[in-house]
Design a protein around this ligand. Structure first.
Ligand SMILES: [Zn+2]
Length: 111
């Protein structure tokens, strides 16, 4: 896989995350649809809301990593570790395209 294929994969992942965010946002912000007149259903709905909020948070973090990776490709820094500056290595980037750390730094994350 070359850099251009990795970039394409990141863009596909980003589009997928955007679609998922659109769904969680619809759930979070369109309350009139979600609120039920039935009390026990309302409680379920609230629990569900917490799950959706957590999911939304998770997706946004993933999205941020992908955007960072795309920025690094643009600026030519994609192949180097953000922490130590050594090459991350293509096999690792192919496996985890959104990573910005080499395997050593990922194993021993900076404080
Ligand atoms: Zn490193």
């Amino acid at each position: 896989m070359d850099l251009e294929s990795i970039r394409t994969k990141l863009l596909v992942d980003k589009a997928d995350l955007e679609a998922r965010l659109a769904r969680t946002h619809k759930h979070i912000y369109q309350k009139e649809e979600a609120v039920s007149a039935n009390f026990s259903e309302q409680i379920k709905q609230t629990e569900n809301d917490d799950l959706v909020l957590a999911l939304d948070q998770e997706i946004q973090e993933e999205m941020m990593q992908i955007k960072l990776a795309l920025n690094k490709i643009e600026s030519g820094d994609y192949l180097s570790c953000s922490h130590c500056g050594r090459p991350i290595g293509l096999p690792r980037l192919e496996a985890i395209p959104a990573t910005s750390l080499c395997i050593d730094c990922a194993d021993d994350p900076p404080p």
